[in-house]
Design a protein around this ligand. Structure first.
Ligand code: XMP
Length: 517
């Protein structure tokens, strides 16, 4: 693999994703790994990420100079670039010329090296206080900026390179080119991480792990569980039974996507537990968001376990035993991060795919090495419908946390209609890719006066919450066109009984969260 050493900022995952976009497999490792530990992973190349420290600060993570003697191609980025410079005898100092954000760099000298086929003057994205003043002996200076006399360097002979800017960030115009120059010209790697290869490799692994045992997989309606199940189905066929607990909090058409489209496109065996009434009863009278989440989580586990027992009993009657459970864990959930201070608990995010801890089964996690975009690509390759693989994030507790107030069957019906209209209009406007997700929220505890056909109405507002985001950690409200908003508002107030206003949420995150509960 190409190892990305994480110096603690948020960039390591992005670097690993960009390397994989270039069809080269990469993994993230914490900066606490020693040179020996890094080499033990047999890296084809190493990328040192950016990070918040100053190389001369006390306790700053350092790079052993021995790493640069190991004959492995290395690219240092930002902090990694400075750490490389310092370790090899260059000069790094605080010049007072900090550069944050869009920064102009000019290529210098004769050698282009990893900047080959990029213009002599280009826009990059930087974030640094210290700068490299002098490159180590044996290095060519490739570029400079106003605040960084040495903004990029190379030692071709030793296959060591560095850039002050962040090539992994899209605002660096030629960033991907620089990374690819490093991977293919510098480190001479091959492009072999493709969707087809990922699929074949995972299928082999799953077969090896499961053998001829029986396996079950819970489907939530989301991308991850669908792709995980489809992969396992491709690997072991009818040894897999999928379980779909319908909690009645899904949006219009989503249960059908699982029960009809998923089954039609994969041929998987599906056990459906229709538990709509059970969830409605358990949630009756509850309006506190955290209590709703806990109840939904608890009932989900119970319902799943009941389904499990029914399937196990059936298997037992045929002399079979279920040994494995599929989980759609993704790579970002398992990365050992170099940053890692725990985030504050704002909401007890409950993932309805989440399962009991006293597991009787061995886990199968076929997506454990994959980023979300790779999961979608594998899903498409497996023939899953576009509505499933392209689905925007949807919270496990579903519409349950999009009704502010008590959840009732009637309110769910109303919200489902409003949500379907909003989604259909967004799609018709061709703007699905412009928004990260668009919660549609019913303020069930609020009423306002309206007028319709000369009569007074006293109905509920619907909130539209379209947001743009990279990872849901921060978000901004999407500037949807007024005429689209007008169409959605018009249709919802006309077509959904009980709703007489549509309002737009114009709050970023922070301070707002994406969901209302
Ligand atoms: P917030 O509202 O915290 O949401 O800004 C961030 C992302 O998480 C989703 N979300 C949830 N997902 N269970 C989930 O599986 C939950 O309880 C939950 N609450 C929020 C939300 O849709 C957004 O993508």
């Amino acid at each position: 693999p190409v190892l990305v050493v994480d110096y603690g900022a948020q960039y390591a995952q992005l670097i690993a994703r960009r390397v994989r976009e270039a069809n080269v497999y990469s993994e993230i490792v914490p900066h606490t790994h020693t040179t020996a530990q890094l080499l033990a992973k047999n890296p084809a190349a190493i990328i040192l990420s950016g990070g918040p420290s100053s190389v001369y600060a006390e306790g700053a993570p350092n790079v052993g100079a021995d790493l640069f003697e190991a004959g492995i191609p290395v690219l240092g980025i930002c902090y990694g670039f400075q750490a490389m410079a310092a370790a090899l005898g260059g000069t790094v100092a605080k010049t007072g010329a900090r550069e944050y954000g869009a920064t102009h760099v000019t290529l210098t000298g004769e050698s282009r090296s990893i900047l080959a086929a990029t213009p002599a003057s280009q826009n990059t994205w930087m974030s640094h206080g210290d700068s490299v003043l002098e490159a180590p002996a044996g290095f060519d200076v490739l570029a400079s900026s106003a605040g960084a006399p040495v903004a990029a360097f190379a030692n071709e002979e030793k296959c060591l390179f560095g850039v002050q800017w962040h090539p992994e960030v899209k605002h660096s115009e030629f960033g991907q080119k620089v990374l690819e120059n490093f991977l293919f010209n510098g480190a001479k790697l091959e492009r072999n991480w493709t969707t087809g290869n990922i699929l074949d490799e995972q299928v082999d692994r799953i077969r090896e792990q499961i053998g001829d045992a029986q396996v079950i997989c819970g489907l939530s309606g989301g991308v991850d569980s669908a792709v995980a199940a489809a992969l396992v189905q491709r690997a072991v066929g009818d040894q897999l039974t999928c379980v779909f607990v319908n909690h009645g909090l899904l949006r219009e058409g989503e249960a059908e996507q699982v029960e009809l489209d998923f089954v039609a496109s994969t041929g998987a065996k599906l056990y459906v537990a229709n538990e709509q009434d059970r969830f409605l009863n358990a949630l009756s009278g509850v309006s506190d968001p955290e209590t709703k989440r806990k109840i939904i989580g608890r009932e989900f586990i119970r319902a799943f376990e009941e389904a499990e027992r029914a399937i196990m009993a059936e298997a037992a009657s045929e002399g079979e035993e279920i040994k494995f459970l599929v989980q759609g864990t993704l790579y970002p959930d398992v990365v050992e991060s170099g940053g890692g201070e725990g985030a504050a608990n704002i909401k007890s995010h409950h993932n309805v795919g989440g399962l009991p801890e006293d597991l009787r089964f061995e886990l199968v996690e076929p997506l454990r090495a994959l980023f979300k975009d790779e999961v979608r690509a594998v899903g498409a390759q497996l023939g899953l419908p576009a509505e499933i693989v392209g689905r925007q994030p949807f919270p496990g507790p579903g519409l349950g946390i999009r009704i502010v107030g008590e959840i009732t069957g009637e309110r769910l019906e109303l919200l489902r209609k409003a949500d379907a209209i909003a989604r259909a209009e967004l799609t018709a406007a061709g703007l699905d890719n412009e928004v990260w997700q668009m919660p549609v929220v019913l303020l069930a505890d609020v009423r306002s006066v309206g007028v319709m056909g000369d009569g007074r109405t006293y109905g509920h507002p619907i909130v539209l919450r379209p947001v743009s985001s990279e990872d849901a950690m921060t978000a901004d409200w999407s500037r949807l066109p007024y005429d689209l908003l007008a169409r959605i508002s018009n249709r919802i107030t006309n077509e959904v009984d009980g709703v007489n206003r549509v309002v737009l949420d114009v709050t970023s995150k922070p301070p707002g969260t994406i969901e209302w509960e």
